[in-house]
Unconditional design. Sequence first.
Length: 325
Amino acid sequence: MQTLSQLHTIFQTYLEENKFNFSPKELYEPIDYILSLGGKRLRPLLVLMSYDLFKDDVEAALPAAFSVEIFHNFSLLHDDIMDEAPLRRGQATVHTKYDINTGILSGDVMLIYTYKYLMQLATNSNLAEIINVFNQVAVDVCEGQQFDMNFEKRDNVAIDEYINMISLKTASLVAGAMKMGALIAGASAEDAEHAYEFGRNVGIAFQLQDDILDTFGDPQKFGKKVGGDIVQNKKTYLVLKSLEVADAEVSEKLSQQMVTKTTDEVSKIETVRGIFESLNVRELAEGVKQGYQKTAFEHLNSIQVTDERKQTLKQLATELLEREV
Ligand code: IPE
Ligand code: IPE
Ligand code: MG
Ligand code: MG
Ligand code: MG
């Protein structure tokens, strides 16, 4: 059994030993750049922690953990192009520091490297299933991203559609990380499924928190442009719940704001945040988030290992609920 900070150190060391210092540097340097900006390393830690539920030699899961972190960072490179985002982890996004073509191609090669690292599990008897899980995650993320962008142009998105979208674009990878860790360790099918569902529910809560922070976060801590979702007309829970509870006049005002492009970002962000505050939708989002967190813990409780082995996962999942970054 390892503590959270031990696992973090083990992963960080592996990352240092696996730098992308190859040629041509125009292709690989942006990869080292994004990976070196840090981040919470949530998904690789989940692979390691899930493995650690069942077996002690976590080093065996490191290539898969790295693969999942490369995939996550690849998705961020392309997501930041699609979302026109200037900041990531407190620094310039890859396409702003370099250019859009760099963001596309460095992202593409990262996706291939995810499979190169997974192939290091070649002797694992579950490899085919592990790759199946990973493939489904990758498809889910693309579908979720497309729904996310489709919703920017719609003013009648249902809350169920939003939950399905975040389940695909974000929760699927968190779930897949958990399931991959379990499968590498040779867990039973039932335990692997509970691990997956734990991750999926944590992932939905995680994206709800991300959406809350995008509007209400502290710009010094958040590392991304606060208000970016409002500028991009993202149909977050905050928007959809507001449209549901507001009177006709406020609802109409918000709808209009959230389908048009603005030249005055500052006043748009201020107006929309003001509507959210007047309707207390942040509190409502917090409540929904806690519901998913509770379901996540039920799945963790159902996994057939001792409570002691679950402590680090419980600690991490609890901290995620309160996060500001
Ligand atoms: C950002 O993920 C993308 C979302 C799914 C919200 P993280 O918040 O895990 O980003 P890093 O890796 O810690 O920077
Ligand atoms: C994250 O959605 C989904 C993926 C990166 C696939 P967001 O667009 O909300 O992520 P951030 O806020 O840019 O990190
Ligand atoms: Mg996005
Ligand atoms: Mg984004
Ligand atoms: Mg976001």
